[in-house]
Design a protein around this ligand. Structure first.
Ligand SMILES: [Zn+2]
Length: 372
């Protein structure tokens, strides 16, 4: 199986011509649709990449799904050249992205500005060195704009064979973000550990509410035509900073949790069972008294968490499976469970009782007994 992981690297804006990158993105969009447009004032090397080898290479682009909208923003796929410590080379000699592991730098040729031999150099991220150490190879790169800021995306690729699991099972039950994620470690049919992980919601709510309040104030200024004043600009800066902090908090939380869960699986050579957020918890979240923007944010980050988790499980060869687990159905007699105070679930039929977040773990035991 081929596993891939991608990192985004912000490029120095003062060294990049965003208008040029935007033009290349438009050409890429056309190339995806099968149109060849040769532009006389653009470097031939870039255009060859788009229309020559790119067509074959497009097939392997898991990340490069066909753009949905005409002139939608499409990142430019680029080839890479890798120069390793011992001087050996891999990739295309004329590639626009050169990863030099001897001096730990990345050189970008001709893709940041339309000037002959224009090169910018950025430091090699630690992420790249770690992935290469794990046996990965950076075969693909993309450049593009996100919120008008230039970025480089590097994709590491690695061939992995999932390991043979031990008798440990790691269950990951994904609820809507507000109820967090619950994990449980099962060994030979016994729950040896389980824990609900809930992000610090108050902090996130506060940041969200503050950014909404300031946005309203900014809207008022805008309606009066005052958004370009000192006050308006200051307010806008503050809003952007708040939003960045909010997204960083959510992202950070998801990343750290994924990291810990993957380590846990690796340590025990566990088989991983994931119960993705289902319609039920989605509906539950939508019915909650939360601002709609915040609900949307929670949904987005729950999905991201799952995506991130899968990417890393695959990268490290952790065998996993999605399985629908129940929290409202009795794992002993399949009778409907009743929820009591403090999220405790009780079966009126057979007397089974467990915290709601623990019920899915009992289901896993039931399933694994059935298999054994
Ligand atoms: Zn029961």
């Amino acid at each position: 199986m081929i596993a891939r992981r991608t990192i985004l690297i912000k490029l120095p804006k003062d060294k990049c011509d965003t208008a040029y990158i935007r033009r290349l993105m438009a050409l890429t969009n056309l190339a995806y649709r099968g149109y060849e447009v040769w532009v006389p004032d653009l470097p031939k090397t870039i255009q060859y990449q788009l229309y020559g080898s790119f067509k074959n290479y497009m097939e392997s682009l898991v990340f490069g799904t066909t753009p949905k909208k005409w002139f939608a923003e499409t990142w430019i796929p680029l080839k890479t050249l890798r120069i390793y410590d011992d001087g050996s080379r891999k990739g295309d000699r004329r590639a626009s992205v050169v990863l030099d592991f001897r001096s730990n730098i990345i050189k970008l040729r001709q893709i940041c500005k339309n000037e002959p031999r224009y090169v910018i150099t950025i430091p090699m991220p630690k992420w790249v060195i770690e992935r290469v150490k794990e046996g990965g190879d950076i075969k693909f790169a993309r450049i593009g704009l996100k919120d008008n800021e230039p970025y480089l995306a590097l994709t590491a690729e690695r061939k992995v064979k999932p390991y043979q699991p031990s008798n440990y099972i790691l269950v990951i039950d994904v609820n809507a973000w507000n109820n967090g994620i619950t994990w449980g470690l099962i060994k030979g049919g016994i729950i040896i550990k389980w824990k609900p992980e809930i992000p610090n919601l108050r902090e996130i709510d506060n940041l969200y509410n503050l950014s909404v309040r300031l946005s309203r104030e900014y809207g008022k200024l805008k309606r009066m035509g005052l958004e370009k004043t000192e006050e308006g600009k200051r307010l806008w800066k503050k809003i952007k900073k708040l939003r960045r902090r909010l997204f960083a908090k959510l992202r950070d939380y998801a990343q750290k949790l994924v990291y810990r869960l993957v380590r846990k699986a690796l340590r025990h050579k566990a088989f991983v069972i994931i119960d993705d957020m289902i319609e039920e918890s989605r509906r539950e979240l939508l019915e909650m008294k939360l601002p709609s923007g915040l609900k949307k944010l929670y949904l987005v980050y729950t999905k991201r968490f799952v995506r991130l988790l899968i990417t890393q499980l695959e990268w490290y060869g952790v065998p996993y499976k999605f399985k629908r687990l129940y929290s409202r159905k009795c794992p002993r007699c399949e009778h409907e469970l009743t929820q009591e105070d403090g999220r405790v679930m009780v079966c009126k039929n057979c007397g089974f009782k467990a915290p709601r977040d623990k019920v899915p773990m009992h289901w896993v035991i039931k399933f694994s007994n059935r298999l054994a």
